[in-house]
Design a protein. Structure first.
Length: 168
């Protein structure tokens, strides 16, 4: 990978020079791809090493947490007084906390129909109004006459696409 990149042409004057520049871009893109692949391999190896080292620690933490949970549940009345939900130990704290409530809906369409049919339950339906950006872009001449609306981009963008050869 010790390839050197040729000195850039200050100004392209001929089609041959343009072809050479596109070729350089293609070669640089291949080098970038190789570097990225090398990085991906290194990251995968580091992740594997981490997971291998972390697995027994996670297992030990889970087992010790279950040990503490058993002790806590068996002695909750003596450990917690009044409205306390935790107990301080010399090495840390253990206790209980309220989990976040989670709504589970078996069939959203059926629920929506049910809510729409019952006047008292309609308050549980949310109606959302938002700007239809796609419609505004579809009619740009009208859109730009609306205060606060402008359309950016939509211009020709220059691109370079070197020929690529599969590394396989």
């Amino acid at each position: 990978m010790g390839e050197t990149v040729a000195a850039p042409v200050r100004r392209v004057r001929t089609q041959d020079q343009a072809a050479a520049v596109v070729g350089r871009i293609g070669a640089a893109q291949v080098q970038l791809s190789r570097l990225k692949a090398s990085l991906d391999v290194a990251v995968a190896q580091a992740n594997l090493a981490y997971e291998t080292a972390a697995a027994p620690l996670r297992t030990a933490i889970a087992a010790d947490t279950e040990l503490l949970r058993g002790y806590f549940d068996a002695n909750r009345a003596s450990l917690l007084s009044g409205t306390k939900k935790s107990v301080a130990l010399s090495t840390g704290t253990m206790g209980v906390k309220k989990t976040t409530a989670k709504l589970v809906v078996a069939d959203a369409d059926t629920l929506l129909t049910l809510l729409e049919e019952d006047r008292k339950l309609r308050r549980f339906i949310r109606t959302k109004s938002e700007v239809d950006r796609a419609a505004l872009l579809a009619e740009p001449k009208v859109a730009v006459t609306i205060p606060g609306v402008s359309i950016e981009g939509g211009d020709d963008a220059f691109f370079v696409k070197p020929l690529t050869v599969s590394a396989a």
